[in-house]
Write a protein that binds this ligand. Sequence first.
Ligand code: FAQ
Length: 337
Amino acid sequence: MYTQSFNVPDDAVLKQVKPVASTEPPELMARFDARIDADGRIEPQDWMPEAYRKTLVRQISQHAHSEIVGMLPEGNWISRAPSLKRKAILIAKVQDEGGHGLYLYSAAETLGVARGDLLDALHSGKAKYSSIFNYPTLNWADVGVIGWLVDGAAIMNQIPLCRCSYGPYARAMVRVCKEESFHQRQGYEALLVMMKGNQAQKDMVQDAVNRYWWKCLAMFGPPDADSPNSVQGMRWGIKRISNDDLRQKFIDATVPQAKVLGITLPDPDLKWNEARQHYDYGQIDWTEFWNTVNGNGPCNKERLATRVKAHNDGAWVRDAALAHARKQQQRNMKEAA
Ligand code: FAQ
């Protein structure tokens, strides 16, 4: 459902943006630009400009942090899921998000950074992660809405990343998107069931949608005109579709789903525009978005504290795994000698 409209002609984005001035060796830079223009992939062993490497470390690590912090709002509901079936699905989903974090940290490590340093930056509050995970999950319908809307927005943003110019990131995204697709569907299905229930259940779904809708639209990042990283990211084939265009695609895909579900999206300005062939929508509260991104959302402190505690509590597991790996290596060396 989310993949069909992603066929951007190869040249549409890359050739529109002029190469950015650089102090890198011109010959290497020209070869790199030519590979990007030909829609080729850059692999870890290839030469790359330092700014490209830094941009990827920034984006991939923020993405990894989002996945593991994103486990927390839904993880809170595992012990309170309304049935064994819902519990099993939720455990699998939250576990998948942890797996996505691991692929992404591994992809970032191929760029010469240490996972420990990336985690230190998250735990100290220096690194960003997706704004959406700083809001509370107040009732069971929130879990369904996270699947439907948060994973739905995540897929919309991540399908184009399967064609990102950096090979390890693009390849990680293929599996991530397949799993996110299951996440989106399980959320939507859970909401469909609730919408066939009693009035209290229907009200819970509407309440959850009211609280999450605008925050999901903000997930795509600031408007293109206020997005400092977009031009360069698109020139390098990291981003294929702009923040605003992805947001629009998400709205256009979601409105019909909301109709099937029988809920109202909380935006009086949401109207089909025949001339644009898209839905018009109202103003996103960017002050609130930046406030949350900068650490002052409703749950930022709680999320970081939980993450730091989980990391510290797990230190013995990492120590044991390292000790085991050292012993195994010594045994292998002895046997080889
Ligand atoms: N939250 O110039 P741009 C998921 C920052 S995964 C926080 O437009 P860019 C799965 C941005 O980093 C969700 N910060 O930046 C799941 C930049 O800051 P910097 C995560 C945000 O990179 C589901 C500044 O604003 N997905 O949900 C946000 O070109 C359910 C200026 O912005 C990804 O990370 C935000 N929403 O575009 C898990 C996908 N938006 O670094 C559990 C990969 C922007 O300059 C449960 N990332 N910022 O200080 C991307 O596609 C891009 O990085 C964007 C931002 C589109 C997020």
